[in-house]
Design a protein around this ligand. Structure first.
Ligand code: AMP
Length: 428
């Protein structure tokens, strides 16, 4: 058995190798195109933030803050955390840069890695990538529907099918406290049947119990009071309107009365998008998000309604792969440059630069010195023409063009070769 290399990637973290990059690139392109269409501007925030941004923003009782943060102390004594999600940093940036003075809504999008100290398993890593879209300064339910539409469309454009949106409203500071009380008394009377984590959640935030995946808790959750029956009038009509907009644009959704999401900052609408298949369910949501009208103020800004969501890139790629979604082949060079001798090698470097400027891809293997080996390589990668620059040609300022299909060769002046090749490629 081969010896294991001394250095491995840290648990739950992965190299993104060249074959994977084209998926990342495709997802980036599709989200960027949609962002441009809807006029979202790109933002990048630091990977590290002050720990308090997350403990305050996401909530102390959440698993993310309680168990999953990568936190460090700097030499200067600051307590920083690798971002576990993208929304709180974007809110921090919105406040710091006074974006409430811009004309509202402010629409921002991001694409980058997040870190959570989770138990690694399929679709769950310690470093994973997300793209996210956030809208600030708009309270209308039409924006909730538009955010859902945007994420749904990105996944559809990536050729994923059978997508289902799960949606719920978790109310606001008017109606949620009463609902929490109801939940508290419901779960308290069943406390002994809950898992240890949920018994703790019961004391900290009973809403978090609704997120528990333990089977014994799930049974109890399925009979619990539902937020939707206890929404105040404004949350109720907001939710009704969101659903009407979704009906209007014919997006497939399912009400999930126990969907609360793993972050405390949400108000009113919460949603997730799944691939509606067994593997899709097993892997977990591709996208998650909702409205967070209280977060900007909570983090020190002005009272600003907001709504947003994010999609996990690795999960999206896994879904694309199980559906055998093919991506277009990368463009392959049609020209190969073979060289012989030191002078030819030196001239080849300059020639390659001329082709780059003319946007014609050229392959070469400067490390090989035998013409036979170079022609074999040209054959293997199926180029249309091979340029041969031998010692004599290098001295005379000429170059040979070999048509790989017919084997015909012609010698021309080196300064004409880019133009000549361009002509030949265009006439094919
Ligand atoms: P969240 O920030 O928890 O709402 O997650 C948003 C999306 O990020 C999820 O729907 C997943 O697609 C993805 N995601 C969250 N946590 C992980 C993880 N540990 N590993 C991979 N993807 C994740």
């Amino acid at each position: 058995m081969a010896k294991k290399p001394k250095f491995q990637t840290p648990t739950g973290m992965h190299d993104i190798l060249p074959p994977e990059q084209k998926y990342f690139q495709k997802i980036y392109e599709v989200s960027e195109n949609i962002a441009n269409f809807y006029q979202f501007k790109k933002i990048e925030t630091p990977i590290l933030e002050e720990t308090e941004l997350f403990s305050k923003g996401i909530g102390l009782a959440t698993d993310i803050v309680g168990k999953q943060m990568f936190t460090l102390r700097t030499k200067g004594g600051d307590c920083l955390t690798l971002r576990p999600e993208g929304t709180a940093p974007v809110v921090r940036a919105y406040i710091k840069h006074g974006m409430f003075n811009l004309s509202q809504p402010v629409k921002l999008w991001y694409f980058g890695p997040c870190f959570r100290y989770e138990k690694p398993q399929a679709g769950r890593y310690r470093q994973f990538w997300q793209f996210g879209f956030e809208v600030f300064g708009e309270e209308s339910p039409v924006i909730d529907a538009q955010i859902i539409q945007i994420f749904y469309n990105i996944l559809r454009e990536l050729k994923l099918k059978n997508l289902i949106i799960e949606i719920n409203s978790i109310g606001d500071s008017q109606c949620r406290p009463y609902y929490k009380k109801l939940l508290m008394s419901y779960f308290r009377s069943r406390e002994s049947s809950l898992c240890a984590d949920c018994r703790r959640r019961l004391r900290e935030n009973p809403l978090r119990i609704l997120d528990c995946q333990e089977e014994k808790c799930q049974r109890i959750i399925s009979q619990a009071p539902q937020m939707i029956d206890h929404l105040c009038e404004s949350c109720h009509s907001h939710f009704k309107e969101v659903l009407e907009f979704l009906d209007e644009i014919e997006l497939p959704y399912r009400l999930n009365p126990y969907l609360v999401r793993g972050l405390d900052y949400y108000t009113k609408t919460v949603f997730e998008i799944y691939e509606d298949s067994e593997e899709g369910r097993a892997q977990g949501a591709l996208t998650g998000g909702g409205r967070y009208d209280a977060l900007v103020k909570l983090l020190g800004g002005k009272d600003t309604p907001a709504v947003g969501a994010s999609t996990g890139i690795e999960r999206t790629i896994a879904a694309m792969k199980t559906k055998a979604i093919r991506l277009p082949q990368e463009s392959r060079p049609k020209i190969y440059l073979a060289q012989l001798g030191t002078l030819a090698k030196r001239k080849s470097l300059r020639l390659l630069e001329d082709f780059r400027k003319a946007k014609i891809q050229v392959s070469e293997s400067f490390g090989r010195d035998s013409l036979k080996a170079q022609l074999a390589r040209a054959d293997k990668i199926e180029v249309k023409y091979t340029l041969i620059l031998g010692q004599r040609e290098a001295l005379e300022g000429t170059i040979i063009i070999r048509d790989m299909k017919t084997g015909r060769q012609e010698t021309i002046k080196t300064e004409k070769v880019v133009r000549e090749i361009k002509k030949k490629l265009n006439s094919r």
